[in-house]
Design a protein around this ligand. Structure first.
Ligand SMILES: Cc1cc2nc3c(=O)[nH]c(=O)nc-3n(C[C@H](O)[C@H](O)[C@H](O)COP(=O)(O)OP(=O)(O)OC[C@H]3O[C@@H](n4cnc5c(N)ncnc54)[C@H](O)[C@@H]3O)c2cc1C
Length: 453
């Protein structure tokens, strides 16, 4: 008789795992049932801001695969099925669906419930015109609102999702304000001096950026949102989007007795095992090992969710794969400004108890005389004495952002700054100077760390 794998959550981590396990084990050996509470499986949340802003026109493009496509591959993907309980002793889940409630047994269980947008306990949250952006339904609703006509919007939160929504609103002609309680935008991924470049650029695009403002109240008028803030400092709006970050969706796991780690997410080993026989976890709801700090981290990135899901799938499929950890490499853009980072910021380096130096250089994306060349700032952070790269950040025009992958690859393979400074990178005037800005930042960081190159 076939073993049964039940997957809770049908997006990046869950479907990567299910697909990989299916490739390795046929249906008569492993039955796979995926329960997904929403109406979609395998969708691109990452594309949602670009749908809201109208760059992506077809909503269907955000759906990577349909339940029917998974059914055809022998994966029983059931949408509108919410798992409401896990019984580890009896090895079954309780599932609520339009037809009622049922208990479904499992041999193996993958917990891949993702993360949920943080909903602050402030007055005015239920006013008409207050929204979040997490699910495809959220994206469809926001798109319909901006198409119907919005004059002023406030985005609460200066993380990358907040910035992407602000860019989308600006793109469709909405007067947009970003408010954050932090001293800068992107404070978790950029040092303040680099983040300042982003705020300056947003202001130059006409997006208002208000830092150091803690939202304690959303004002309304006749049941509709009127603005953010109810005291002296407030920002009028007829649409408010809260982008205050996300937290791992772990309630079911905690209730069932699946151990959580220090970050509050599900604790897993490098095989995505939870420590309870036959119970696995991957994606936004689970921890990962940070390759620089050496600590567990709970990152909410599609890159991590897809890889961790695939690792779980290989192991569920009878293989033996270990997840190698994360650096937290991320990229986004606002207008034509590209923003990327990898590893630790200066603050995170200090928190990790590491002694580091940093070098920040101003350069250009192409040879300075090339017509399309634009400014680009690179910061490299290296450990004192060893020159081990600990982090890097890039802010600049088109062509700047993806250069972070050079730093990420160097850090991944323990290439110190003094060696990165001499790597054989490509050059032609439309693409870079003869020394790429990555070389220059790495060399400066190495000089500071080692005293010479
Ligand atoms: C607007 C936005 C933009 C983003 N942009 C990027 C980007 O550019 N780059 C990047 O790397 N990452 C990005 N991300 C993050 C990325 O989308 C997530 O990291 C990724 O989707 C995580 O995948 P997951 O499978 O772990 O979780 P999720 O995608 O959250 O999927 C979990 C699924 O589980 C379902 N579920 C939860 N509980 C239950 C239950 N009890 N029963 C049944 N189903 C359940 C949920 O409905 C959900 O579909 C973005 C996220 C958002 C919201």
């Amino acid at each position: 008789m076939a073993e049964r794998l039940v997957v809770i959550g049908g997006d990046a981590a869950g479907m990567s795992a299910a697909s990989q396990a299916r490739r390795m084990r046929p249906a008569d050996d492993l039955e796979i049932i995926v329960f997904e509470q929403s109406g979609y499986v395998s969708f691109s949340a990452c594309g949602e801001p670009y749908f809201v802003g109208g760059w992506v026109e077809d909503f269907g493009d955000l759906q990577v695969r349909t339940p029917e496509q998974f059914q055809a591959k022998g994966i029983d993907a059931r949408i509108h099925h919410q798992v409401v309980g896990i019984d580890l002793a009896d090895r079954h889940v309780t599932v609520r669906h339009p037809g009622g409630e049922e208990r479904v047994g499992f041999d193996q269980l993958l917990y891949a419930t993702g993360a949920t947008a943080i909903r602050p306990p402030i007055t005015g949250m239920d006013l008409e015109g207050v929204h979040m952006l997490r699910t495809l339904d959220d994206a469809a609703l926001l798109r319909s609102l901006v198409t119907a006509g919005v004059e002023r919007a406030v985005v609460v939160g200066g993380g990358y999702i907040g910035l992407e929504i602000a860019e989308a609103f600006e793109h469709v002609g909405i007067d947009t304000t970003v408010v954050t309680m932090m001293p800068t935008v992107l404070e978790r991924t950029l040092d303040p001096d680099m983040a300042e470049l982003v705020s300056d650029h947003m202001r130059s695009m006409g997006i208002h950026v208000e830092t150091g403002f803690k939202v304690e109240c959303i004002a309304g008028n006749g049941g509709k949102v009127a603005g953010v803030g109810c005291d002296d400092r407030s920002f009028p709006a007829d649409l408010v989007v809260l982008a205050l970050g996300s937290r791992p969706q772990v309630d079911l796991a905690r209730d069932a007795g699946i151990p959580l780690g220090p970050t509050g997410a599900v604790a897993v080993d490098d095989h995505q095992r939870t420590g309870i026989d036959g119970i696995w976890s991957a994606g936004d709801c689970a921890e990962a090992h940070h390759r620089i700090s050496g600590q567990p981290i709970n990152l909410h990135l599609g890159t991590v969710a897809n890889k961790a899901g695939r690792i779980a799938g290989i192991n569920l499929g009878g293989g033996d794969a270990a997840f190698p950890g994360v650096l937290g490499t991320a990229i986004t853009k606002v207008g034509d400004l590209e923003i990327s980072s990898t590893g630790l910021t200066e603050l995170q380096v200090a928190e990790a108890g590491l002694e580091a130096v940093s070098a920040r250089i101003d350069s250009t994306t192409a040879a300075h005389y090339w017509p399309g060349s634009s400014p680009m700032t690179v910061k490299a952070i290296a450990e004192k004495e060893s020159a081990r790269l600990l982090g890097a950040q890039i802010v600049g025009g088109p062509g700047a952002g993806k250069r972070i992958d050079i730093f990420a690859t160097a850090m991944w393979s323990n290439l110190p700054a003094n060696e990165l400074a001499w790597t054989d990178l490509s050059y032609s005037p439309p693409f870079s100077g003869v020394w790429d800005p990555v070389h220059i930042a790495a060399r400066k960081a190495a000089e500071k760390a080692l005293g010479s190159t």
